[in-house]
Design a binder for this molecule. Structure first.
Ligand code: PMV
Length: 312
């Protein structure tokens, strides 16, 4: 029996994180160097549908997954959408090269790959819209009140200009550009930072609305720069966005150290990316300087770096 396989890329937020939760735009891009692969192998005559995800120590019949498990939520979501009662005998294997809790979209990528592979196994592949909507439901388990940007960029595997509640806008990158992503090695507690920003906003709405609006303007300028073929203009916009995120209290000394090391080594701009207080930062670089900047970031404490070209 043939297996049903689907892959989904990682992602990184270029600009607009946190403000996007409050209705401002944000830009996210796929990171194809890391990915999740979901493989469903039918087991005719077998008794159970088994889920195996070695990276997170899961190897169990699907109906033994705890009720709060994102994998279970995704599987129940496919069944509900397709109107099927149970899963035929088979094995779902999830393989991932995306670091967990690092702001690289691993949760969303697992959901998207799983939803596609399992719906194909059931003979009714979900549309992108259905995959995106179900992956968003699962993101709520991971993140509490997500904006939906992660599931969107991972589902469409293209750069997206994202505004909460608006139709998906993928866009053209007129001139490719290169990012070096630096991992602090600290988990990014996105649920916590999103919650803290909300508490701050509730305490001092005017101050936070000002910061969100400033980040929104930077994101709009970044979008214009990318579609006009002037990615070098992103550098100062990224630097300014990092300052606002520091002001909001979501940076971390380790993120700041990597950002500074990247700038000193010649990056055109650098900022934290995603929820913050850990996870990743990104640096915009000239391709011929990528290795040197990546080395400088490692010397400043990055446990891993990924150089990625943004195009499409
Ligand atoms: O930490 P990440 O990369 O999953 O991104 C979180 C982005 C936030 O804007 C902070 C939250 C959200 O849901 O958009």
């Amino acid at each position: 029996m043939p297996a049903f396989t689907a892959t989904a890329p990682g992602k990184i937020i270029l600009i607009g994180e946190h403000a996007v939760v409050y209705g401002q735009p944000a830009i996210a891009v796929p990171v194809n160097q890391v990915q999740v692969r979901a493989i469903v192998t039918p087991k005719p005559g077998g008794k159970e549908f088994r889920v195996t995800a070695p990276a997170i120590g899961v190897d169990t019949p699907w109906d033994h997954l705890p009720p709060e498990s994102p994998l279970r939520a995704a599987l129940e979501g496919v069944c509900r959408t397709l109107g099927v009662r149970g899963l035929p005998a088979g094995q779902l294997k999830i393989q991932s090269t995306i670091p967990v809790a690092a702001g690289l979209g691993s949760g969303a990528a697992v959901s998207v790959a799983l939803l596609r592979a399992v719906s194909a196994f059931l003979g009714a592949p979900l549309t992108d819209e259905q995959v995106n909507a179900l992956a968003f439901e699962v993101e709520k388990i991971h993140h509490g009140t997500p904006s939906g940007i992660d599931n969107t960029v991972v589902t469409y595997a293209q750069p997206v200009y994202f505004v909460k509640g608006e139709p998906v806008q993928t866009f053209r990158v007129a001139a490719p550009f290169t990012l070096v992503i630096g991992d602090t090695g600290l988990p990014a507690p996105t649920k916590e930072t999103v919650g803290d920003v909300r508490t701050g906003w509730q305490r001092d709405e005017r101050r936070y609305e000002r910061m969100f609006a400033a980040l929104g303007s930077l994101t709009r300028a970044a979008h214009q720069a990318i579609v006009a073929g002037h990615p070098e203009r992103l550098g100062p916009l990224m630097n300014e966005a990092h300052d606002w995120l520091c002001e909001m209290g979501v940076s971390h000394p380790k993120l700041d150290a990597l950002v500074q090391a990247a700038r000193e080594a010649g990056a055109l701009g650098a900022k934290l990316s995603g929820g913050g207080r850990g996870g990743n930062m990104i640096a915009l670089v000239n391709p011929d300087q990528a290795d040197a900047i990546s080395l400088a970031m490692r010397k400043a404490g990055a446990v891993n770096t990924i150089t990625t070209r943004v195009q499409g």
